[in-house]
Design a protein around this ligand. Sequence first.
Ligand SMILES: NC(=O)c1ccc[n+]([C@@H]2O[C@H](COP(=O)([O-])OP(=O)(O)OC[C@H]3O[C@@H](n4cnc5c(N)ncnc54)[C@H](OP(=O)(O)O)[C@@H]3O)[C@@H](O)[C@H]2O)c1
Length: 314
Amino acid sequence: MKAVITGAYSYTGSAVAQELLRRNWQVHTLTNRTRPAGCENISAAPLRFDREHLERELAGADLFINTYWIRLPWKGQTFDSAVDNSKLLLRAAKDMGVGRVVHVSVSNAAQGTNLGYYAGKDRVENYVRSELENYAIVRPTLVVGPQDVLSNNIAWFLRRFPFFPVPDGGEYRVQPITLADTARIIVDAAESNENRQIDAAGPAIMSFREYLLLLQKACGLSRLMVSVPGWMSLLMLKPIELLLRDIVLTKEELLGLKQELLVSRHAPLGTASVEDWLLENGAALGASYANDLRRHFGCDCAKPVSTLAETRSA
Ligand SMILES: NC(=O)c1ccc[n+]([C@@H]2O[C@H](COP(=O)([O-])OP(=O)(O)OC[C@H]3O[C@@H](n4cnc5c(N)ncnc54)[C@H](OP(=O)(O)O)[C@@H]3O)[C@@H](O)[C@H]2O)c1
């Protein structure tokens, strides 16, 4: 059985691809990255939004898993263009008669339509529901694992600064899930035949402040946590972002956190403890900064995500 997946050398897609291989799928990926060591058994073609190209790459596939999305508008890419690109991918899968499509969305897409990221996700979900015959929509909350940008970079800040400004007190909740659980849930959904929409959320709900304390514990740190107004935390980040040449946190990401969009309204399908994962992997967390703009737009954009941390600390 042949699966085509976007981003098998990136973050979520790489864990999903490894899970597919474990379950004896043949895996082909659409990506603009070079192949990392250990992925020789995953064939690849460019992730190019050209209909004929996509149809060629999807011909003969039994399964298509779409992880493509953008974190923020940048260099001419917008959430509108991400919606159009997603539709092009999904349409090509439909036209080529791919048997099953799993679309990776985000928790509470329909509840966050005041925010561009969630509104775009909601539009693509509607497209999947109205156009595809055999599909699953999987909606992760906050995916925690190696090379994760958000948790890693919070740990990076915790390691380097004596205090941490917590936007608006951090009492809003999150429900993180491990990367391994997310991959298992996505491949389970791929191997089912039901049209379903499921959240990928971990077993524990905690406040964002508690999550920060957990990251501190995992890194063996004890930092002063200072509540500051959300706007001030974004303002304080500006000079650091200029130095890092990255966008650490967007206003919309902060609003999404405060709207508790990373908390599922359903019984959790994730079983592994995120706390245990963080405590086991704390030594590596935040050891190097994960530069998201460089990863997707800069000189790292063709490098395999799995090697970026080593490159940076070398
Ligand atoms: N990470 C999380 O905590 C989280 C939480 C909730 C939902 N999600 C959803 O899960 C899916 C995978 O997320 P991820 O964090 O694992 O993402 P990712 O690995 O960084 O990227 C996933 C795919 O999107 C492509 N991509 C990302 N940014 C792009 C850009 N600016 N231009 C062109 N292509 C771009 C990547 O291309 P390359 O293969 O070339 O890198 C890759 O194929 C997304 O749909 C995301 O919305 C993630």
